[in-house]
Design a protein around this ligand. Structure first.
Ligand code: FVH
Length: 287
C-alpha cells in the first residue's frame, strides 16, 4: 500500500492528511508549526520533526503549503532525500511554477504530479470536491486509487502546468461571478433593499437563467464564429453598459470594478464587432 507524507498542515493540508488516514493509509505529517500535527497524531498519523524525516518516511509526498516558494524552500532542505519519491504538489500556483517544480523533481530523480484543489477543506474526501492533476499519466494512474481518498480526480494532461491553468481558469470564473454579485449587492443596498431576498428571488435565478447559454457561448469561441444567431449584439450592449457605470455614480457606489469592461466593449466596437456576440471578447483578450 502507498505510504504518504503530508507536508503542510494548514486548513487544507490537515484535511488531506485526515482523508488519507480515514482511508487506512500509513500517513506521516510535518508542519513548520509542529503543534498543528497533534490532532492528526491522535487520529493515527506519525509525526515527523524534520522535513527530511517526513520525506524519508514515505514513497509519496503530498505538499500543501501557502505558496510554491515555500515548496522550493522545503525541497531545498532535503535535496537528496527526494530521489525515488513521488511528489504530489497541491499548493496553489501558476502553470510555470508547476513546470519549474517538475523540472526540478526530474533533475533529482523524483516523479512529479501537480494538482489544483477544487474544494474547500470540509469538501475533502467527499464527492462534492475534486482535484485536477497534471504530469506523467502513468504516475497519475498508479496513484489514482490513493488520490481518490481526497475526493474526485480529474487528470488534465502530461504538461505539469495544466492543472494550475485549469484551476486558475475555474477560479477566474468564480471570482468573476463573485465580483458581479458584490457590485449588484452594493447597488441594491444603496437603495436600502435587503440583500438576502434580492439574491434569493432575483439575482440567483437570473444568473442561473443566463448560465443556460454558456455551452453555446463556448461553442462560438471554439468555432471562432461570433456572428450567428446573435440576439444581443455587442454594439447594443456597449451603449447600454454605460448605464451600469452611471447608475453606480448616481447611487454613490464605486464602478471601478466594471470600468475595464466598458473599455473592452468600446475597443470591440472600434474594431467593428458591433454585430458580434460577447464571445468575441475572448479573442480580443488573447492578444
Ligand atoms: N483553504 C482553502 O479553501 C483553499 C482551497 C483550494 C486550495 N487552497 C490552497 O491550498 C494551499 C494551502 O492552503 P491552506 O488553506 O492550508 O492555508 P493555511 O491554512 O494558511 O496554511 C498554510 C500552510 O503553509 C505553511 N507555511 C507558510 N509559510 C511557510 C514557510 N515559510 N515554511 C513552511 N511552511 C509554511 C503553514 O505552516 P504554519 O504557518 O502552520 O507553520 C501552513 O501549513 C494554498 O496554496 C492555498 O491557496 C486552499
Amino acid at each position: 500500500m502507498t505510504t504518504i507524507s503530508v507536508l503542510g498542515l494548514g486548513a487544507m493540508g490537515s484535511a488531506l492528511a485526515k482523508a488519507f488516514l480515514k482511508n487506512g493509509y500509513a500517513t506521516t505529517v510535518w508542519n513548520r508549526t509542529e503543534a498543528k500535527a497533534d490532532a492528526l497524531v491522535a487520529q493515527g498519523a506519525s509525526k515527523a520533526s524534520t522535513i527530511e524525516q517526513a520525506i524519508e518516511a514515505s514513497d509519496t509526498l503530498v505538499l500543501c503549503v501557502v505558496t510554491n516558494d515555500v515548496v522550493h524552500a522545503i525541497l531545498d532542505e532535503a535535496k537528496d532525500a527526494i530521489q525515488g519519491k513521488t511528489i504530489v504538489n497541491l499548493t496553489n500556483g501558476t502553470p510555470n511554477q508547476a513546470r519549474d517544480l517538475a523540472v526540478r523533481a526530474t533533475k533529482h530523480h523524483a516523479e512529479y504530479l501537480d494538482g489544483g484543489i477544487m474544494a474547500v477543506p470540509p469538501m475533502i474526501g467527499t464527492e462534492a470536491g475534486y482535484v485536477l492533476y497534471s504530469g506523467p499519466q502513468p504516475v497519475f494512474e498508479r496513484l489514482e486509487k490513493t488520490l481518490r481518498a481526497l475526493g474526485g480526480t480529474k487528470y488534465v494532461g502530461a504538461d505539469a502546468g495544466l492543472a494550475a491553468l485549469y484551476d486558475l481558469a475555474l477560479l477566474t470564473g468564480m471570482y468573476g461571478q463573485t465580483i458581479g454579485q458584490v457590485q449588484a449587492l452594493a447597488l441594491i443596498r444603496s437603495a436600502g433593499v435587503e440583500a438576502e431576498g434580492f439574491m434569493r428571488d432575483l439575482l440567483d435565478p437570473w444568473m442561473k437563467a443566463m448560465a443556460a447559454f454558456s455551452t453555446e457561448f463556448a461553442q462560438q469561441v471554439d468555432a471562432g464564429n461570433h456572428t450567428e444567431n446573435v440576439v444581443s449584439p455587442l454594439g447594443m450592449q456597449a451603449a447600454a453598459f454605460h448605464n451600469l457605470i452611471d447608475a453606480a455614480g448616481e447611487q454613490g457606489v464605486s464602478a471601478d470594478l466594471f470600468k475595464p469592461l466598458q473599455s473592452l466593449l468600446n475597443e470591440a466596437v472600434d474594431q467593428g464587432h458591433d454585430n458580434a456576440d460577447l464571445s468575441v471578447l475572448v479573442d480580443l483578450l488573447r492578444r
